[in-house]
Design a protein around this ligand. Sequence first.
Ligand code: COA
Length: 275
Amino acid sequence: MSNEKKFEHVKIEKKEEGNYAVITINRPDKLNALQNQTLREIAEALETVEVDQSVRCVVLRGTKEYLKKPAFSAGADLSDRGSADLDPDNLRHQSHAMYRRHKYYNLIEAFPKPIIAAIDGYALGGGFELVLVCDISIASKRSTFGFPEIQRGIFPANGGTQRLIRNLGKMRVKRMMFFGEHYTAEQMFEWGVISFLVDNDKFEDFVHERASWLGNAPTNSLFLIKKSIDYGTQTPLNIGLQFEQMGFAINSRSKDVAEGVNAFLEKRIPKFQGK
Ligand code: COA
């Protein structure tokens, strides 16, 4: 991993013992609100660990050292006046501004290794949309979710209307986006947007335990499962099944498959190398 790259809005840390990296959004004075620069730095931080064989899972989170309230991210930075090169009165430029943001969300979603969204505190608007491009979401019970954009006259366009509908039914998504209310982590867990709901005091240990599990799991299988599920939501069944057949074939050559099967037959715990 390159240590030379300088980040202002995020921190990146490798957890050698669990084979994973933590990318922390670090804007505590603004509840980790997102500027273009923040999203770009998340994408660049991911790039630094993309080919690092010792990083087999990534945790994306808000800073633990919060100053005001704990937050994953309170969404788009409302105090950000946008880019100097984009004219606010030019509609094409406004569309281009969203294209820039979509680009970063898409890059995060397409990352080849598993990403856990670790949510402790607010996950609102663009912050919630970040959760939606991760693979697994772990939330502490004190976390709060929602799309408050409508209360400010804003359209939640960082992929929210498109990705949430793939997780929840239309009536629930419209309820959330039409009224802009906050929802508890319990509610989001019940609705299936959150993978794990954890007591506040168990949150850190739980995130470490799950990230370490994924960091020591068969990385090739995880990659193919991730892609198969993600493409499966966008393709007809016959194409998705064809992807499964080819994915199975590719995975069968990985050393971890031999290790997993041998370990079972030899009645020992497998040691997966991610190869
Ligand atoms: N953009 C920029 N700054 C933000 C922010 C955002 N999205 N969300 C919070 N902040 C800043 C606040 O301005 C405040 O800064 P200040 O202390 O310098 O005044 C600080 O973070 C703390 O927020 P505050 O509102 O005082 O905390 P709270 O606990 O009373 O409320 C929220 C927390 C998250 C409910 C509230 O800040 C909020 O509604 N934020 C906007 C969320 C939003 O609309 N997101 C979608 C944007 S499109």
